[in-house]
Design a protein around this ligand. Structure first.
Ligand SMILES: C[S@@+](CC[C@H](N)C(=O)[O-])C[C@H]1O[C@@H](n2cnc3c(N)ncnc32)[C@H](O)[C@@H]1O
Length: 222
């Protein structure tokens, strides 16, 4: 997938996105925001904010900046912000793999259902780290390859259609964590059948150097 492919996919999805992905992804959005335990006056960056379905869930008095690659998705988010009169939200069209923010600009940085869509997820993670304040946390909600062998072979079979689908169906959690050297503090299965995962990770890497923590197995065995 490339930037133009993502823009084209979400140009097609934007109008119908809320109907298909509103309720089904809602619990994961809500839990991610609860886990942040945001204090009044703090500033949150939401990467890949889409149509802004999460925005009404933020507590009052919290500043939220949402960025997205797709002008059509941002336009829907802007309409929501105006309709709901959310005064503390700023929306910008921006690529999360090359953000225009200074280092350490945000208290919390979150990406919901974005990393298996983003053309360069490892650059997005590096940027999320850079713009987060030292000691802060990264919150990631994503679908990762299913532990069930039958489902995971179906996901692998769908992988060549990534460009058309607008996401990678066979994204491995353990490879993702190891590759990005993520220090995962908490992991929760979320949404229907726990098919998606909410990860809370420290901003700072583990320096474990790529060893797989086999997180997928430990989440599913609880
Ligand atoms: C599946 S939607 C999720 C939208 C929203 N977070 C939600 O909870 O519904 C993925 C979004 O990520 C955006 N996206 C993908 N790659 C991106 C990037 N590199 N920078 C910014 N946004 C990106 C897409 O344009 C799309 O709006």
């Amino acid at each position: 997938m490339d930037v133009q492919g993502v823009r084209a996919a979400y140009r097609r999805y934007a109008r119908h996105y809320d109907r298909y992905f509103g309720k089904v992804f809602h619990d994961g959005r809500k839990l991610a925001i609860e886990q942040m335990a945001i204090l009044p006056g703090e500033h949150v960056l939401e990467v890949g904010v889409g149509t802004g379905l999460s925005l009404p869930e933020y507590p009052d008095g919290v500043r939220v900046t949402g960025i997205d690659l797709s002008p059509e998705m941002i336009q829907h988010a802007q309409t929501r912000v105006e309709d709901l009169e959310l005064p503390d939200v700023t929306l910008l069209e921006m690529d999360a793999s090359a953000m225009e923010f200074s280092d350490a600009s945000f208290d919390h940085v979150v990406a919901m259902y974005v990393l298996s869509v983003a053309p360069e997820p490892e650059r997005v993670i590096a940027e999320m780290r850079r713009v987060c304040k030292p000691g802060g946390r990264l919150y990631i909600v994503n679908h990762f390859r299913n532990a069930n062998r039958i489902i995971s072979s179906l996901e692998r079979a769908l992988a060549p259609l990534s460009q058309l689908l607008g996401f990678r169906p066979d994204f491995s959690l353990d490879e993702f964590v190891a590759h990005n050297d993520l220090d995962v503090l908490e992991a929760h299965p979320v949404n229907l059948f726990g098919y998606w995962t909410l990860l809370t990770a420290a901003r700072e890497p583990t320096c474990r150097g790529g060893a797989s923590p086999d997180l997928e197995r430990s989440i599913r065995s609880h």
